[in-house]
Design a protein around this ligand. Structure first.
Ligand code: ZN
Length: 473
């Protein structure tokens, strides 16, 4: 791939940024600095511990990271590994500052979603470096951040860095399950609030968007949609399949689902998504940019809205969404079904009433015999304010690393620990510094990967950003 002048300038700038490090530690055989090699080692250790929710072991991962910190000289009293259940582990570690300001909290989850060896082209629980990428389950979501925070905390310690606020790292076990009794962040907030209390937190949720290898935006996640599940159930007296009736539980449910599939919740922009679309229009193709401007107008253009709604990424920012995700029904091939049911997952815009969504589903299903019941409790959380200290630091540092990337506040369509932290009164910003192609999101999917270059760049970025935010010397 060819490099333009901008890339060259950026490379030189980065080279200048890491030069002192090279001088201090000397480059290794693979062209990595000692620091980078150390970072890679921690990353590899974490990726290669299987931490799948049901079958993996986050306790092992939390203990491994705890051991790393202790080996680097952190006292026992500042490294806590909690195991609220077998094979479930949370780690909370602290680097002490002068205490002039309230601590900063760095959060990452260490659990991952399942990955089958047969589905992948490489072993998901080995860190494979290939074609400029690191492959592995969790390589991006979220072990990049987990390893970066641990690596950088050790780096600060080695330097003798004294911030003017404590820096707390929390690695938690249960982000990937939508469970009100989860043993990760919710458990920490409930049982060890004092250990994680902070003025604000950095977490996953926003990264650096690359298009053709160039950084076009650097996202800061400030809010999240709310995930709510509904069960749709149709019951019937059933009977023998040799005597069918037109009225059939499976048909009823199916017809209702078809009506639901054609329904779009109304467009509803908030402060974050308005800025998001405005900034996105600056880097989009003319066609999309025109459509975006047409929906931002006081009288949004319905045709433009329809075109944007065809793009799942935009659609999810525009409105609350509900989609059927699971289906079951019947009990025998030769019996009329007594039961048919489906699960529908909704992602509700922050600020929209949850009750209204159920009412909308019932209205669209338009069939009293389809019973709608929520399957869990919605966790609403207020958006984190676009605080000048944080946004200003990000603007300034991001310019050095990715001069052409616009800083864009974003609303996540998926849920993270940010919602629990925000509810606990700790404003949380999803900001990873990890570059990834905007069209190549493999989180939770097959062959999850991270650009090697982005890995080292992002780690260095977080190292400096946290220093800016923590102050001191
Ligand atoms: Zn994640």
């Amino acid at each position: 791939m060819s490099h333009d002048a901008g890339d060259l300038v950026r490379s030189l700038r980065l080279a200048a940024a890491v030069a002192p490090l090279l001088l201090a530690t000397g480059a290794t055989a693979q062209g990595l600095t000692e620091q980078q090699q150390f970072a890679r080692g921690i990353y590899q250790e974490l990726v290669e511990i299987n931490t799948t929710t049901a079958t993996g072991d986050t306790q092992k991962a939390a203990e491994a990271m705890g051991a790393r910190l202790r080996a680097a000289g952190f006292p026992e009293a500042d490294v806590h590994v909690f195991s609220p259940a077998p094979h479930k582990g949370n780690l909370v570690a602290r680097l002490h500052g002068s205490g002039a300001r309230k601590p900063i909290l760095l959060v990452a989850h260490i659990d991952v979603v399942p990955a089958n060896r047969e589905d992948w082209t490489v072993d998901p629980f080995k860190l494979t470096e290939q074609d400029g990428y690191f492959y592995g389950r969790g390589s991006s979501d979220d072990k990049y951040m987990a390893s970066a925070f641990i690596t950088n905390l050790i780096r600060y310690k080695k330097e003798g860095y004294k911030p003017d606020r404590d820096i707390i790292v929390a690695l938690e076990t249960d982000e990937e399950i939508l469970d009100a009794n989860a043993l990760g962040m919710q458990w920490l907030i409930k049982n060890h609030r004092d250990l994680i209390d902070a003025e604000f937190a950095l977490n996953e949720g926003g990264g650096v968007g690359l298009k053709n290898g160039k950084a076009i935006r650097n996202s800061v996640q400030t809010s999240e949609k709310v995930s709510v599940g509904y069960q749709l159930t149709v019951k019937d007296r059933g009977g023998h399949s040799s005597l069918p009736r037109k009225d059939n539980a499976i048909y009823r449910l199916a017809e209702g689902l078809v009506r639901l599939s054609k329904y779009d919740f109304p467009m509803n922009l908030n402060e974050t998504t308005r800025i998001y679309f405005t900034k996105t229009a600056e880097t989009e193709s003319k066609e999309n940019a025109d459509d975006i401007r047409a929906i931002l107008a006081p009288q949004p253009d319905p045709a433009a809205l329809a075109r944007l709604s065809d793009k799942p990424g935009y659609n999810a920012q525009l409105r609350t969404t509900c989609v059927a995700t699971m289906l079951e029904g019947g009990h025998a091939i030769n019996a009329l079904p007594q039961l048919a049911s489906a699960k529908v997952n909704c992602r509700i815009l922050p600020g929209e009433p949850v009750d209204g969504v159920q009412a909308a589903i019932e209205r669209v299903l338009a069939d009293k015999q389809i019973e709608v019941t929520p399957t869990g409790k919605a966790v609403l959380s207020p958006p984190s304010p676009l605080n000048e200290e944080i946004m200003g630091s990000i603007e300034k540092l991001s310019k050095e690393f990715w001069p052409d990337a616009a800083i864009v506040p974003v609303m996540s369509t998926g849920a993270t620990d940010g919602s629990y932290l925000r509810n606990a009164g700790i404003p949380t910003y999803g900001h990873s510094g990890l570059g990834a192609d905007v069209d190549d999101n493999r989180n939770h999917g097959k062959d999850e990967r991270v650009l090697v270059k982005s890995f080292y760049e992002g780690e260095e970025y977080l190292y400096r950003l946290v220093k800016m935010l923590a102050g001191g010397k």
